[in-house]
Design a protein around this ligand. Sequence first.
Ligand code: ARG
Length: 586
Amino acid sequence: MSSLSGALTEVVARVFDELGLPAEYGRVTISNRPDLGQFQCNGALAAAKAAKQNPRAIAEQVMAKLQVMPQLRDTSLAGPGFINLSVTDERLAEHANWMAGDERLAVTRKRPEMVVLDYGGANIAKAMHVGHLRAAIIGDSLRRIFSFAGDNTVGDVHMGDWGLQMGMLISELEIRRPDLPYFDPNFKGPYPNASPVTVTELEEIYPTASAACKADPARNERARVATAELQQGRPGYRALWQHFFDISVEVLKRDYGALGVHFDLWKGEAHVDPLIGPMVEKMKAMGLAEVDQGALIVRVARPDDKKEIPPLILVKRDGAAMYSTTDLATIVDRVNEQNPDLILYIVDQRQHLHFEQVFRAAIMASLNGKAKMEHLGFGTMNGPDGKPFKTREGGVMKLQDLIAMMTGAALDRLKEQGLATDYDEAERKDIAKKVGLAALKFADLSNHRIANYVFDPDRFVRFEGKTGPYLLYAAVRIKSILRKADAQGDRPGTILPPEPGERDLVLALGALPDAIQAAYDERAPNRIADYAYGLAQTFSTYYNQFHILSEQNDALRRSRLGLAALTLRALELSLSLLGIEVPERM
Ligand code: ARG
């Protein structure tokens, strides 16, 4: 048993089966006409079509069997054969108590699969910026959802550390400090242990180099050559690369950490360099890689393509590996190391064609083992002008600054609301940070990932409306009710059959597994965000209507506390799957 509708599906499917109809038509869902019933089953129509019978006649046969079931309070037939169902209040209470007694809140665990998730992609030498924010937020949430569902998950940061930007950096440093031993071809080593530059310097060197390369073809050529030489193993360049890598990883770990985003693997594109040679040989031997104007390409187009899919460039004419090459070799690495059933790439939708090419080539060359590969694209976080978000100065905002900005906005809003005012400084700061991060993450995850959205910190930190702070507040309020109850010696107790005004809350609780399942199936955390928001609203309505702490009847009071406690657990689970932490109090 999982959700309430899942439990009813089992019942109705059996009825279909008894009538000699395919059981899958017995699917029960939450009603989109709550005035007609709590749940609905539309299967009679499909079953009738398949059996070439009258849908209403089939629905009537199903109804006849359902009407005698003690757990159903009301069944009715609508239109050409829709069946509406409502369960008894005893059945609702039974489900709620069963959920309360289950540590997974009635969410069944699936058969585990090995899933690798790729949601980092920050680039060495460029400070992590908001461009990588969505990948981190969405990917981390998906990793949590997949783990909770029962899969074995591995999150890989897959840093960008092997492309032209490395050659740009190396050549820029060579221009500035030609005396460094890394540039002396006769240097016999060992190279210094400490990096010749700091991360802050790197962050200045990169944009300068990049602008210079754009402006001057000769300068760009130099970067290209340096990239090729790095990849071919020139010792001084490799040593320099290692410095850049080490100092950047330290900063990236700090930045992702501040966001509460976790990775199991800190690999980058360069990590798979040794796998590229053998992979390219294999693809040549299979006749998949062909020489075209000095480069090695893979033709991935298919005759039935609706739009043109250009060939994938495997090796450039100067021998350098491309973004696609390292992505292909990374598939080989993952098959060697994790042998995944599924690889999920949480990357900007604008890279869709790239992944289409990579997946096709991987399948043609059988590089992917048993792994299915999916690109889960996302839209951009835009500024008020509708273009990808930039700072007021026109640059990309650093993650640290963004977090500071959200925390500041949260502090202001807490003050305005009179929240957390009499706590000490440290706790208030901690709450503000949680509220700020919740605001940022929820704003991102409450849209379907493919949608663009506008970065609006003042709206995100509001305590009203569909926001992270609203949900935190809802959870914290229940915590406070439970604390007060505890102080007066009251524990949540058995949930009694709901009164009519309480039914919606029990129904909402019973739908938790459906929301998690939908988020899993659609790889869409917003399904959980929507659920959490709906549940918080339903609880708020309930709380306005029913007294909890002041209810005189002990059994009733404890039942209501039981509902409150269950609501809190459902909210906290939902929020944790979105990577959002709830403070103890506010
Ligand atoms: N480093 C890339 C970028 O900044 C993103 C990498 C995404 N992951 C991947 N396997 N290609 O655009």
